[in-house]
Design a protein around this ligand. Structure first.
Ligand SMILES: Cc1cc2nc3c(=O)[nH]c(=O)nc-3n(C[C@H](O)[C@H](O)[C@H](O)COP(=O)(O)O)c2cc1C
Length: 414
């Protein structure tokens, strides 16, 4: 029988989500200068909780404050004060909403301007054509650094649980550290962490084991995974199917499927190989077989902006639908759809020929909406992408300066 998008979904014996709509992770860059959530994030998350989604997944929270995806990001480590995280969870959980914290380590995807740690399975630099200079060559990790990553994911997950989050989502997609281990393009190791798929997936599975061992069974654990890297020779859909089977053996509650990386922004609907992604629900056709065979519930994210498309995703066998962009422009989209399923927005698409700049402008224009909401203002569909990119660059420069100052102080105190 077809599922209703407004039916409940039981994610585990102790946890039920009130409907099938999920606010997918969006890095907000709205933390305070100590990398902690505060007023701006609280205001933003209240709107998403009020807006009707069943589950909120936070923007990625770093497991190491000296390895950040961007300035103004949130970090949660051993020793971090829990009070602001408790408040964040409370707000997100109002209106009977579930909240998961997304945990991430950027690996090599750390902008050179940020500084800090730049680690990766192998010393393979990002290839962004003439923009490659935005990143530096990462350091290939030694065993102790890999062990530290496993430990940190466990500690951050434990703190998320103590703060009242219902679960965590481990970010193993979009070219960040765990995805770098999974992909043969970035993992050239010939030890137990590289080579075969079993070796490339070892770090992700060790992280999951650690999180489960520390947080127990009554805590949701999900993984965001690429259905493929959308790069020739990269992690592909057959790899994804095998990894999902392994994750199921390790009691993962849900896998969110996405795709791509900074090099190939498939999560924005652009592939870097010759495959065409769908115009809406980018990965739906591509993942048809995967969803039929998966032993655990799957969620699909990417290009879902209409109710009818969300229904197609659920009808195909996905348990949950992830929305990011749509909820950046209309935080109460789900409440609106409840009354009027045909409601839709005309969200602008930036189709500049320079793919890297287009991807950066897409992020910038959406983050501008998040900033507006965090100040109590309404998102705007008519923003100029060029101006939004410029504003983002200026804001980032200021926040990066603050971060770099802390980094210098830290290295002087060592
Ligand atoms: C501003 C912005 C920030 C994002 N930050 C994250 C993130 O922190 N973690 C993540 O897994 N995905 C992140 N994404 C990707 C989204 O979760 C999602 O996979 C992608 O935007 C496709 O979904 P959509 O078409 O509904 O926007 C981000 C996307 C945007 C636009």
């Amino acid at each position: 029988m077809p599922q209703s998008l407004f039916s409940e979904f039981r994610i585990s014996p102790s946890s039920t989500i009130k409907n099938r709509f999920v606010k997918a992770a969006m890095e907000e860059n709205l933390a305070n200068d100590q990398q902690l959530p505060d007023k701006k994030l609280f205001k933003l998350y209240q709107q998403w909780a009020d807006g009707g989604v069943g589950l909120i997944i936070t923007g990625n929270v770093m497991i190491d404050r000296w390895a950040m995806t961007g300035p103004g990001g949130v970090a949660l480590e051993q020793g971090t004060s829990l009070a602001p995280f408790k408040k964040w969870a409370d707000i997100a959980k109002s209106n009977n909403t579930k909240v998961w914290m997304q945990l991430n380590h950027p690996g090599r995807q750390v902008f050179k301007a940020m500084g800090g740690k730049n680690l990766a399975p192998s010393a393979v630099a990002l290839n962004l054509g003439k923009h490659s200079d935005l990143f530096s060559i990462p350091k290939a990790m030694i065993d102790e650094e890999i062990e530290d990553i496993i430990y940190r994911f466990g500690q951050s997950a434990l703190k998320a649980k103590q703060a009242g989050f219902d679960g965590v989502e481990i970010h193993a997609a979009h070219g960040y550290l765990l995805a770098q281990f999974l992909s043969p393009l970035t993992n050239h190791r010939n030890d137990q962490w590289g080579g075969s798929l079993a070796n490339r997936a070892r770090l992700l599975l060790e992280v999951i084991k650690q999180v489960r061992a520390i947080c127990g069974a009554d805590f949701d654990v999900a993984v965001k995974l690429n259905s493929a890297d959308f790069q020739r020779g990269g992690f592909d859909i057959h790899d994804a199917e095998q990894v999902i089977n392994w994750l199921a053996e390790h009691d993962v509650n849900l896998v969110e499927l996405s795709g791509g990386s900074y090099e190939a922004p498939a999560m924005q609907g652009q592939s870097a190989d010759d495959r065409q992604l769908a115009r809406e629900a980018y990965f739906l056709d591509f993942t048809e077989k995967l969803v039929q065979r998966s032993p655990i519930p799957l969620m699909l994210t990417g290009g879902i902006q209409r109710y009818a498309v969300a229904q197609k995703v659920i009808d195909a066998g996905f348990s949950l639908c992830g929305l990011a962009t749509a909820l950046a422009y209309q935080p109460d989209m789900i409440n609106l759809w409840y009354k009027k399923p045909e409601f839709r927005l005309n969200i602008p698409v930036i189709s500049w020929s320079n793919r890297t700049l287009a991807a950066l402008a897409t992020m910038a224009i959406i983050k501008r909406q998040l900033r507006r909401m965090s100040q109590g203002d309404t998102p705007q569909l008519t923003d100029s992408p060029f101006l939004s990119l410029l504003i983002d660059q200026i804001k980032n420069r200021r926040r990066t300066k603050v971060y770099r100052r802390q980094l210098t102080e830290k290295s002087q105190s060592l």
